[in-house]
Design a binder for this molecule. Structure first.
Ligand code: MRU
Length: 353
């Protein structure tokens, strides 16, 4: 069995990130020893995936805390809050980032007035806890998600939701790999996931690493596969799930959900409760990140359109809750109506934390 992929390493107060922009061709580790380097790594997608950017942001605060020269608690607090504010500005859609930073802020508030060096150590512990907890959440998501996929021969997934996107084995991809341990017949359709190609570059790399049979497809091939009866289920991750089950995830997810409905195929979302944002009633309230036009005109740096070509490049779309067959959380499987089910799941997760 190959050793598990882990893209985030914390070593003696320094954060190391696997440079995901170079995968699958090169495995390069990036050293982040300032909060600015951590923030840039999130922005430029050296690290990506909702849980992974939350974990990284937590470590960003720890990096700043351990390097602070502040002698007085008030100065230390000011410095930490500046770092948290910088990290909040990196990417707007995945709520895990804000969840992790809120948790670091809460810790900071609880430590008020104590010696800065002691506070730094406690903030480091908190960041490590966020990372370790996410690993455990992934195990549960794998277990519950696999139950939904039992008996499936062909499962389709979009974007990257595996170890590279989380602190453990993943969300949707963990469900697939866990299900595959029980059914040796499971085969995966991996969407390439234009424009940033997380499927082609990262999911194909991860699935190959796990030894599962799979085929990489371009995004526009999924409809015809569904029509031919070659897709038994679709499972994806999430960047933000709001109160009614509306789910922001990688651009292209909504199209898959519509297609799944048209072909009578179950469409599942898998995410930890750290991806829930029940303060928002519907998906219309979610801020969708717009990214650099060059990701569309120059995928992987290769020009496919003229430099000045007008481009629309939203990184995410919102799938209405009513198109989602079930949402897998670490607390179990939620079915519609989501308003009640998600609330109960969040309460349950807080009680066990
Ligand atoms: O832009 P990215 O690569 O950060 O987007 C990632 C996704 O959309 C994933 O599907 C989502 O974060 C779930 S990751 C477990």
């Amino acid at each position: 069995m190959a050793s598990p992929l882990r893209p985030i390493r914390w070593e003696k107060g320094v954060l190391f990130l696997l440079e995901q922009r170079l995968l699958p061709f090169k495995e390069v580790w990036v050293k982040c020893d300032t909060v600015e380097k951590v923030a840039r790594a999130i922005e430029d997608m050296t690290v990506r995936g909702a849980p992974a950017i939350g974990i990284t942001a937590g470590y960003g605060v720890a990096v700043a805390a351990l390097r602070s020269k502040a002698k007085l608690p008030a100065f230390f607090k000011k410095e930490m809050e500046k770092s948290i504010a910088r990290l909040r500005k990196t990417r707007p859609t995945a709520v895990n980032l804000f969840w992790a930073l809120d948790r670091m802020q809460e810790k900071l508030d609880a430590l008020k007035g104590t010696r800065p060096a002691d506070q730094a150590r406690e903030l480091e512990k908190q960041a490590i806890a966020i990372h370790q907890e996410d690993e455990a959440l992934c195990d549960k998501l794998g277990k519950y998600g696999a139950q939904l996929l039992a008996g499936c021969r062909n499962v389709l997934t979009h974007c990257n939701t595996g170890a590279l996107a989380t602190g453990g084995d993943g969300t949707a991809l963990a469900a697939i790999t866990t299900a595959a341990k029980k059914s040796h017949k499971l085969h995966v359709w991996v969407d390439e996931t234009r424009p940033y190609l997380q499927g082609a570059r990262l999911t194909a790399y991860e699935v190959a690493h796990s030894g599962l049979p799979f085929h990489l497809i371009t995004d526009n091939m999924s409809a015809s596969l569904m029509k031919q009866g070659k897709v038994d289920a679709i499972i994806v991750g999430a960047d933000r799930i709001v109160a009614n089950g509306d789910t922001a995830n990688k651009i292209g997810t909504y199209a898959l959900a519509v297609l799944a409905k048209a072909h009578g195929i179950p469409f599942y979302v898998s995410a930890p409760t750290t991806t829930l944002d029940l303060s928002k009633k519907t998906g219309e309230e979610i801020v969708i990140e717009q990214r650099n036009p060059r990701e569309v005109t120059h995928p992987q740096g290769y020009p496919i359109a003229k430099e000045d070509c007008p481009v629309y490049n939203p990184a995410f779309d919102v799938t209405p809750g009513k198109l989602i067959t079930a949402i897998v959380l670490e607390t179990g499987v939620c079915r519609p109506p989501y308003i009640r089910a998600l609330k109960a799941a969040l309460t349950k997760s807080k009680a066990t934390r």
